[in-house]
Ligand binder design. Structure first.
Ligand SMILES: NC(=O)C1=CN([C@@H]2O[C@H](COP(=O)(O)OP(=O)(O)OC[C@H]3O[C@@H](n4cnc5c(N)ncnc54)[C@H](O)[C@@H]3O)[C@@H](O)[C@H]2O)C=CC1
Ligand SMILES: O=C(OP(=O)(O)O)[C@H](O)COP(=O)(O)O
Length: 361
């Protein structure tokens, strides 16, 4: 049993903790939280050992009646691996702390590529990371994960001459009432490329990809308009099959009449997904179009959850416990990733454990 600590218990951290708890080969060593708020209380109720991330805040936990299992060093000592889910930039500052304990760690996409030994995406470079000596590894950002999951199979099936993607980025997560914009459309960043193209190259080094970002007043999901010039000709049906055979890509059938992220979130909630999470890329089947070697499609990316199964796989890659296919199947089964059927007799399995990922079985 791998004991995994989670430092930073916000949008990503709380989902990663629950995903670890669902794995047959992992247990949550504990979580570290800065503030004894409702999320800390929920962590305690879920049975996670709550650690005070900052020593000076410990009395506040006592006052709030949330039992404290120890400090951050205690959590790192109790962990075989730490998943750092602190805000962007804080993870890099924590690296030294983990190194002091000789404990490998994962970091999130808000950290720079050069703050870590290597970057990870299960579809792109699991085996490479598993075979390497990397101990401090970054799971690439939500948008980068979403791009890597479709570009890796397209490269394998058809070759990718060039990718151009425009990322319509959500302004903040639903719980982040201090984010924006609330009435604007911002080139973000105004410079080209955005960080996503270069970040794709940290896991798929030879792939030609340019990205531009725009941030809009929305919270539910990101939306990508993707154009890939393939190296060989393909038709839309073949591309649709290629993408649908990926366990972490949901090709949304036209008959579902999903207009946008709001419908996708309802789809997930109706399916009984925890927190309405959509771990898979959601590619509109009707949008897949090919003209010559030019492929076009739209996909939506649930920023709060798509990196969660990737974190689980990255832990196994670090621990050297399974190869890519074994890990992905194990993770998918435990969470229910890939449980949206895209066949005509559409059935949605709400029992996460029973919902196997078709492509990897
Ligand atoms: N929310 C998103 O859409 C996604 C975020 N990421 C990345 O994941 C990382 C975490 O992001 P979120 O979960 O969204 O942030 P968040 O703000 O929701 O959660 C971060 C948590 O860490 C806590 N924290 C702050 N300073 C800390 C410290 N020194 N020690 C321990 N905990 C501390 C905060 O109180 C909060 O609970 C960032 O690198 C971000 O770029 C990656 C993919 C998607
Ligand atoms: O990893 C994310 O986005 P990104 O892939 O655009 O960097 C998350 O949505 C966090 O983005 P944020 O930096 O806007 O909070």
């Amino acid at each position: 049993m791998l004991r995994v600590g989670v430092n930073g218990y916000g949008t990503i951290g709380k989902r990663v903790a629950d995903a670890l708890a669902a794995q047959p080969d992992m247990e949550v060593a504990g979580v570290a939280k800065t503030t004894p708020n409702f999320e800390a209380a929920a962590a305690h109720r879920r049975g996670y050992a709550v650690h005070a991330a900052l020593d000076e805040r410990r009395p506040a936990f006592d006052e709030a009646g949330i039992p404290v299992a120890g400090d951050l060093d205690d959590l790192v000592r109790a962990s075989d691996v730490v998943v750092d889910c602190t805000p962007a930039g804080v993870g890099a500052q924590n690296r030294e702390r983990y190194e002091t304990h000789d404990t490998p760690a994962l970091y999130q996409g808000g950290e720079d590529a050069d703050a870590v030994d290597a970057s990870f995406n299960a579809r792109a470079n699991y085996d490479e990371i598993a075979a390497s000596d990397a101990e401090h590894v970054r799971v690439v950002s939500c948008n980068t994960t979403g791009l890597s999951r479709v570009l890796a199979p397209l490269e394998e099936a058809y070759g990718v001459e060039k990718t151009r993607a425009t990322l319509v980025r959500r302004g903040g997560d639903p719980g982040q009432s201090d984010r924006g914009p609330i009435n604007d459309i911002l080139p973000d960043p105004v410079t080209v490329p955005s960080h996503h193209g270069p970040d794709v190259n940290t896991v798929l080094p030879d792939l030609a990809v340019d990205t531009m970002g725009v941030t809009v007043p929305a919270t539910l999901m990101h939306l990508h308009a993707v154009n890939v010039t393939l190296e060989t000709e393909a038709d839309a049906d073949a591309v649709s099959e290629t993408l649908a055979s990926e366990s972490r890509v949901f090709v949304v059938p036209e008959r579902a009449r999903v207009a946008g992220p709001a419908h996708l979130k309802e789809y997930a909630k109706d399916a009984g997904r925890p927190r309405g999470d959509l771990w898979e890329n959601c590619v509109w089947g009707a949008s897949i179009a090919v003209e010559g070697r030019d492929l076009y499609f739209f996909q939506a990316i649930h920023q709060e959850s798509d990196v969660v199964p990737e974190n689980v796989d990255a832990i196994r890659a670090l621990a050297g416990d399974a190869d890519a296919a074994e890990s992905v199947v194990k993770t998918n089964r435990a969470l229910g990733v890939g449980s949206f059927e895209t066949t005509r007799s559409e059935t949605v399995t709400t029992d996460g454990r029973g919902a196997a990922a078709s492509a990897d079985d």
